[in-house]
Design a protein around this ligand. Structure first.
Ligand SMILES: Cc1cc2nc3c(=O)[nH]c(=O)nc-3n(C[C@H](O)[C@H](O)[C@H](O)COP(=O)(O)OP(=O)(O)OC[C@H]3O[C@@H](n4cnc5c(N)ncnc54)[C@H](O)[C@@H]3O)c2cc1C
Ligand code: SF4
Length: 530
C-alpha cells in the first residue's frame, strides 16, 4: 500500500527509514502512467504526491472537480506502489502538510536529505513560476523533465511561425496533420482531399432523436468528501460522493474513450454544436478530465479513434473523425501554445474594458432564460457543459453584458471538471470573451437569440420569446446583441467578418435603434431578475 500520510507526523514512518537519494514530484495533473520515470524502479527514489490548500483554494472549484482530482491522485499513488515504486502521499489533512507546494518540498528534502529533486514541466504558469523560483534557492539539485504528454512543445508557435504576429488555428492544424501524419495519404495529401469537413457537420438535433446514455462511473469518494467537509474546503456545485461519475483510474479513462469511439463518434461532428434539454453531453467524448490529468494521452486518443474509423468507414464518415482529430491535435495543442506564448500578460488582458460582475444565477441557475438555466444547471450537476454551451450560451451572455474577464475566468476555472488554466484561459478570455483583441478568434463570438434557437431546443420552453426584440418577454439576447454592436461599433465595423452586421445596424431607423438600446439598458439594469 501507498504510505498515505494523513495522521502520522513522522515522515520517516512513511518511508520506512530507508535511504532516499532523490525525490520526484507528481502534480495532480501529471498522472501519466506511461512516463519514462516509471520504466524501472529505483530503491532510493521517492515519488511524492500532495493534496494542498494552495490547489483547493486558488479559486472556488466544483466539488466534483476536487473529488475527482484527489481520487485519481490516490489511485495513481496506489498503482505506483503496486508496481514496486516508493511513494509518499501527503493528504490534505496530514498534520505536517504545510499546504504549500514549495514548503512541503523543502520539508521533504530536509527530512530525507535527498540530493536531487526531479520535476515534470508544469502546465500552469502559476505553478511553473513557483517551482522555478524555488529551484533557484533549493537545497538540492533540481532536474526538469518533459511531461511526455503533448504532441508539441510550449514554444511551438515561435518555432513554426516565427515573425508572424498572428497565427490562426487552421494553419497550425494543417501543420500538425503533416507533422503527425494523422489522416494523411501516403503522398502527403489530406485524407479525402480536404483538410476540414466542418461544413458537413454542425446540425441541429432532430426532436425525436434518441441520444445514447453517457457512460457514467459510480466511484465511491465519500472518504475524500468527508475530509473536504472536515477541512472546510469551499466548493460550488453538487456531488454524489458515493457515485462520482468521472473516471479516476487509467482503466476507467480508457473505458470511457472506447465507449465514446464505439457509440458516439458516429455523430460526433454532426451534432457537435447542437444543444438540447434531452441530454447533457450528446455525442461529446467527455475525455477532457482524463486527458488533462494525463491519465490518457492525446496520441492514444487519436490512434484509437482513427483505428476504429478505418475499420468502420461504412458507418463513421470522414467528417466525424476529422472533426474529432481537429479538436485534439488542433485546438487542444493550439490553445496551449497560445497560453505559453502569451503568458503572463494574457491573464490580465481586457480588450473591451468590460467591468460588470456576473449575475448570481451563474451559481444558482435561477433564471427564466431557458438556455442559461439548462446550461448552468447541468454545469452545477455534472461539472460539465459542452463547448457550444460554454461558448454560445454562458460565454456569449457574459460578453454581451460586458462582464469583466477576471470574473468570467474565475467562474470557468472553478466550475468545470477539466478546467486548468492553460486550457481554460485561452478558451475563456481569448475565444469566448475576445479580451485578447483577436489573438485567438478572428471576431467576437456573439449571437442574438436566433443562433441559440437554430442550434437548440431551448427556446420552445423559455419564458422569453426568441422572435421578440423589444417589449414584454423579448429574448434578452436580441437587444443585448445590438447593444454590444452599438457600443463597439467603430472597432467592429473595421473587422471584415463583422462588416455585414455593422452595416445592418447602421441602416436601421433611429427609432428602432433607440428602442433596442432602451430595451437592452432595461435588461442590464435588472440582470438579476432575468
Ligand atoms: C469558455 C470556454 C472554456 C473552456 N474551458 C476549458 C477548460 O477549462 N478545459 C478544457 O479542457 N477545455 C475547455 N474548453 C474547451 C472545450 O469546451 C472542452 O474541452 C470540452 O467541452 C470538453 O468536453 P469533451 O471531452 O466532451 O469534448 P469534445 O467536444 O468531445 O472534444 C474532444 C476533446 O477535444 C479537446 N478540445 C475540444 N475543443 C477544445 C478547445 N477549444 N480547447 C482545448 N481542447 C479542446 C478536449 O480535450 C476534448 O476532450 C473551453 C471552451 C470554452 C468555450
Ligand atoms: S428565447 Fe432567448 S433566452 Fe430564451 S432560450 Fe431562447 S435564446 Fe435563450
Amino acid at each position: 500500500m501507498t504510505n498515505r500520510y494523513s495522521n502520522r507526523s513522522k515522515l520517516s514512518q512513511a518511508i520506512n527509514d530507508q535511504p532516499i537519494s532523490s525525490v520526484a514530484l507528481i502534480m495532480g495533473d501529471q498522472l501519466h502512467a506511461g512516463h519514462s520515470w516509471y520504466k524501472s524502479t529505483q530503491d532510493e527514489r521517492l515519488f511524492v504526491l500532495m493534496e494542498m490548500r494552495q490547489e483547493t483554494d486558488y479559486v472556488v472549484h466544483h466539488r466534483q472537480k476536487i473529488l475527482a482530482f484527489f481520487s485519481a491522485m490516490r489511485h495513481f499513488a496506489d498503482a505506483l506502489t503496486t508496481a514496486g515504486h516508493r511513494v509518499l502521499y501527503l493528504q490534505l489533512d496530514a498534520p505536517d502538510n504545510t499546504q504549500s507546494l514549495t514548503e512541503n518540498l523543502n520539508w521533504i528534502v530536509e527530512q530525507t536529505t535527498a540530493k536531487d529533486v526531479h520535476l515534470q514541466q508544469p502546465d500552469e504558469y502559476r505553478v511553473d513560476q513557483q517551482l522555478q523560483q524555488w529551484a533557484e534557492t533549493a537545497n538540492c539539485a533540481v532536474h526538469w523533465h518533459d511531461s511526455e504528454h503533448f504532441l508539441t512543445q510550449r514554444d511551438v508557435l515561435d518555432r513554426w511561425f516565427s515573425g508572424k504576429s498572428n497565427t490562426i488555428m487552421e494553419h497550425f492544424y494543417r501543420r500538425m496533420r503533416k507533422e503527425t501524419g494523422y489522416l494523411m495519404t501516403v503522398d502527403g495529401k489530406p485524407e479525402g482531399g480536404q483538410w476540414n469537413y466542418d461544413k458537413e457537420n454542425r446540425e441541429k438535433l432532430p426532436r425525436d432523436h434518441d441520444i445514447p446514455q453517457p457512460l457514467c462511473f459510480a466511484n465511491d469518494v465519500s472518504v475524500i468528501d468527508t475530509m473536504l467537509e472536515r477541512c472546510e474546503v469551499k466548493t460550488m456545485g453538487h456531488a454524489e460522493p458515493r457515485k462520482l461519475i468521472w473516471p479516476v483510474t487509467r482503466s476507467q479513462a480508457r473505458e470511457l474513450l472506447s465507449f465514446f469511439i464505439e457509440n458516439m463518434l458516429i455523430h460526433f461532428g454532426r451534432y457537435q454544436d447542437a444543444m438540447t434539454t434531452d441530454g447533457w453531453s450528446l455525442y461529446h467524448a467527455r475525455v477532457s478530465f482524463a486527458l488533462n490529468t494525463k491519465m490518457i494521452t492525446p496520441r492514444e486518443v487519436v490512434d484509437k479513434a482513427i483505428e476504429y474509423w478505418r475499420s468502420h468507414q461504412d458507418t463513421v464518415s470522414l467528417a466525424q473523425i476529422e472533426g474529432f482529430v481537429r479538436q485534439i491535435i488542433g485546438w487542444r495543442e493550439y490553445v496551449r501554445a497560445i497560453y505559453w506564448q502569451r503568458m503572463p500578460d494574457y491573464e490580465s488582458v481586457n480588450h473591451f474594458n468590460h467591468n460588470r460582475e456576473l449575475p448570481d444565477f451563474y451559481w444558482t441557475a435561477n433564471t427564466k432564460m431557458a438556455c442559461l438555466q439548462h446550461s448552468i444547471n447541468q454545469s452545477l450537476d455534472y461539472a460539465y457543459a459542452h463547448h457550444i454551451q460554454r461558448l454560445m450560451v454562458t460565454g456569449n451572455f457574459a460578453l454581451l453584458i460586458g462582464a469583466h474577464p477576471d470574473f468570467v475566468d474565475r467562474w470557468y476555472l472553478g466550475i468545470y471538471i477539466d478546467a486548468l488554466q492553460w486550457v481554460e484561459l485561452p478558451n475563456t478570455r481569448g475565444m469566448s470573451q475576445y479580451a485578447d483583441g483577436g489573438v485567438l478568434a478572428t471576431k467576437p463570438y456573439i449571437s442574438s437569440g436566433s443562433y441559440i434557437q437554430k442550434m437548440s431546443h431551448y427556446c420552445n420552453d423559455c419564458h422569453y420569446q426568441v422572435q421578440r426584440k423589444v417589449g414584454e418577454k423579448a429574448c434578452p439576447f436580441n437587444s443585448l446583441y445590438w447593444h454590444f454592436i452599438d457600443r463597439h461599433f467603430d472597432e467592429l465595423s473595421r473587422n471584415p467578418r463583422m462588416a455585414l452586421i455593422t452595416k445592418q445596424w447602421e441602416k436601421r431607423a433611429d427609432a428602432d435603434k433607440k428602442e433596442l438600446i432602451q430595451q437592452a439598458n432595461h435588461y442590464l439594469e435588472s440582470l438579476e431578475d432575468l
